[in-house]
Design a protein around this ligand. Structure first.
Ligand SMILES: Cc1cc2nc3c(=O)[nH]c(=O)nc-3n(C[C@H](O)[C@H](O)[C@H](O)COP(=O)(O)OP(=O)(O)OC[C@H]3O[C@@H](n4cnc5c(N)ncnc54)[C@H](O)[C@@H]3O)c2cc1C
Length: 355
């Protein structure tokens, strides 16, 4: 694999777009990145100033980006990854146009649309700081690169909650995982535990069913997943269900070997052997970046108006990071489209004001 020198995306050198420059071959994710590279090489000034910066490349950010391009906006996308949470969905049965599609397949289609059909300037990295500036905002990435935009569209989604018990940090990726499908190969033929009682925990159990030898499903309270899913999981022959148990500790030596659990309101502890533990106890909105600038609700979500504007003029937000009802791909995508339209409206209004 090679890295696109413009956007940092990993590309396969056999299928990537190549260009030779000063005797060196470079590989690009798209014609757009190749053109940008050659242009910046000639004029020697990298582009850092935009009308709109979209932060986050999940369904909300990617849809906003496609809209921004079709609206011919001067826009830039900064994201840690392409796809966000949707990549972890093994079966999507509720996205229009597809009876059934996996998360990775849907995101491949989004990505193609974004960088081939509707190219947008983009970079794969993390935004670390946002600071208001004259006429807009300064955005700093983890490589300390600085960009300026008149408006921001925050689509940073959610990340999985930590269990916060001893052993969780020690065995990160040495047995402790948070439900990514790719991590399942680590526990092939082994005993595993899944922590959580909601839909994503029980979906995880169903996914592990043909991979792991035995699965212990542990939940502090009653299972809250849809009744049909609980029914299906309870019929699986290799699943032991521990309803009403707290996780006390994740134990092991170099890698994880087990989970210590305690029956709620008793001293009864049980140690369950597990080579891997998958923690699926909910998600929290990624707002740390922006919480100093805009209003959040008591769940930590960005409060948005019906046009995705926030309490700070020029900052728009969309998707799971907001208080919009319904955490779904189709909803995040719709909100991303709406936020891009609203940001364009705002920019045009500002331009008219400044005439
Ligand atoms: C296991 C699982 C299964 C699911 N199944 C379904 C399903 O079947 N159907 C359905 O409709 N929905 C499903 N969902 C929910 C759906 O995936 C989410 O509602 C949707 O992905 C939200 O999109 P988003 O763009 O708002 O946020 P996210 O998908 O969370 O994307 C956020 C993006 O922001 C980026 N980001 C965050 N912080 C920064 C930063 N500081 N700098 C740069 N980038 C940043 C992230 O890397 C990511 O790319 C599922 C979720 C999970 C976890």
């Amino acid at each position: 694999m090679k890295k696109d020198p413009v956007c940092n995306m990993e590309v396969d050198e056999n299928s990537a777009i190549a260009a030779e420059c000063d005797g060196v071959i470079h590989y690009f994710c798209s014609e757009g990145c190749k053109e940008r590279f050659l242009k910046e090489k000639t004029c020697k000034i990298p582009r850092t100033s935009y009308d709109l910066i979209i932060i986050g490349g999940g369904p909300a950010g990617l849809t906003a980006a496609v809209y921004a391009v079709t609206l011919r906006m001067n826009a830039f996308l900064i994201t840690r990854d392409l796809g966000g949470q949707a990549v972890d969905s093994t079966k999507i049965e509720n996205y229009m146009g597809y009876d059934f599609i996996t998360g990775p397949e849907l995101i491949d289609k989004f990505q193609y649309q974004l960088i081939h059909s509707n190219y947008i300037d983009h970079v794969m990295t993390e935004v670390e700081k946002i600071k208001p500036a004259e006429g807009g905002f300064n955005v700093t990435t983890s490589e300390l690169k600085k960009y300026f935009a008149k408006t921001l569209l925050v689509a940073t989604g959610m990340t999985r909650r930590r269990l916060k018990v001893p052993g969780e940090e020690t065995f990160q990726r040495k047995g402790v995982f948070y439900g990514n499908i790719q991590d399942m190969s680590f526990v092939y033929g082994e005993e595993v535990a899944v922590i959580g009682g909601g839909n994503s925990a029980l979906q995880m159990v169903e996914n592990l069913n043909n991979v792991a030898k035995k699965i212990s499903l542990i939940s502090t309270s009653k299972f809250t997943a849809d009744a049909v899913v609980v029914e299906r999981v309870s019929k699986l022959g290799n699943v032991a269900m521990f309803e009403g148990y707290n996780v006390v500790e994740l134990v092991g030596d170099i890698t994880l070997s087990g989970v210590s659990i305690r029956k709620v309101a008793t001293e009864n502890t049980v140690k369950i052997p597990a080579k891997g533990v998958f923690i699926a106890i909910g998600l929290q909105p990624n707002t740390a970046l922006i919480s100093h600038l805009i209003d959040l609700n008591d769940r930590g979500e960005i409060i948005i108006n019906s046009d995705c504007s926030t309490s700070h003029a020029g900052i728009f937000a969309a998707g799971d990071v907001t208080n919009a009802f319904g955490k779904r791909i189709v909803i995040a995508s719709g909100e991303g489209a709406k936020a891009a339209l609203a940001a364009r409206h705002y920019i045009l209004k500002q331009k008219r004001k400044n005439l």
